[in-house]
Design a binder for this molecule. Sequence first.
Ligand SMILES: C[S@@+](CC[C@H](N)C(=O)[O-])C[C@H]1O[C@@H](n2cnc3c(N)ncnc32)[C@H](O)[C@@H]1O
Ligand code: SF4
Length: 396
Amino acid sequence: MKWNNKSHEFDSIGRFLASVKHVYFYGIGGHLKEIWECIECGREWFSDISFSFVDRNENLQSVGFCGQRIISPRELYEALDKENDRYLVVACPLGKTGDEIRDLLIANGVKEDKIAMGFDFLFTLIPIYFLYKYDKVFFTSQNIVPSSACNLNCRECLNFNPYIKKPVVYSLENVKKDIDVFFNAVDLIWRFQVTGGEPLLYPYFKEVLEYIDDNYRDRIFRLETVTNGTIIPNDEICEFLAKRKIFVFLDDYTLSLQNEHKKIRKDIERKFESFGVRYLNNYVDRWFKIYPGTKKQSEEELMDFFNSCANPYSTIENGKISACNYMLYAEKAGLLEGCKDDYYDLTDYDVSKKKELIEFRLRHNNKGYTSFCNQCAGYYLINENWYYPAIQVEKR
Ligand SMILES: C[S@@+](CC[C@H](N)C(=O)[O-])C[C@H]1O[C@@H](n2cnc3c(N)ncnc32)[C@H](O)[C@@H]1O
Ligand code: SF4
């Protein structure tokens, strides 16, 4: 979105969200699980709100979800009849199912301004809620890339590894500086992720996580890292990850990688189990290709594209957060020349800028799009180019 009322873009929705007393999550499944994890991690901040789960599936109603009771749609509509205006119904599933639930809610008389989509709730509405309810800067996620060096060369890598001529490897001091600058501005965050490149190749991998954990852990709901599952971390690292409760996305690229990698990956799993590392077995059967995309014909088209893309991820680097993480990676890989409007500089941040910072993080900026949008095929929600994950290509 192009800024047109900086620091006031969310005033109206913010006032409403700060007044909400009951949230109904409609549609049980993976996306609700993610939303619920975030809420559970920050329970004290949501203590003014009651939450209910809704699903039409009677089997699900009889077993519940995440330890919560599930009510039927009929019970939802009866409950809404008795609500004043301080409620929100969230259509949780992504894609078509979410849209169908939204249409059903409208057909049953729920007002459109009382309905939110699950993805927006998690990535947009929760940060606005924190800002207007508590005057706190809350980000749903942020990542940091200490190094873009990697041992693999995946064709569709979203870090554009095949295009990188020389990886950027930051000093520990530089990374710590970015972490400090970030937490000087951001009060609370659900997911803070140390990524790459391949994080396990970064010489100060442990030191970076240790620094974050020692200094800012009380502000992070979930401290994370990710690995491509081809490097067995040593005992010291495994012990550290377990002790500091650092969550690991253990990617599974065995669909594309050769047999020897299958064994390595199994060994990593076993090792994580034995050390008690908290990890997610991250198997996906497809990846989207983000570059190159079709050229856009006008500013309007670029703005529409950026709005519909909805990529919620951003990276902190050199004191600035990016409007889109992929834009930053594309710039580093030499695919484009970025501009000032693609970044929000946190080095001269002060608390009077809370609202504009949240607005920028929630996809507002001076142009209404980024320097990458004209070459990009978009985040997976709007992307139609799918391939097997981690197909390897020759290094340049
Ligand atoms: C760029 S990788 C860096 C971390 C590490 N090297 C790895 O591959 O797990 C960060 C995350 O992006 C995912 N990823 C990379 N390219 C992707 C694509 N084209 N589509 C979907 N996910 C992708 C990876 O699976 C990983 O979970
Ligand atoms: S997606 Fe592949 S090439 Fe890219 S950083 Fe991860 S392992 Fe390396």
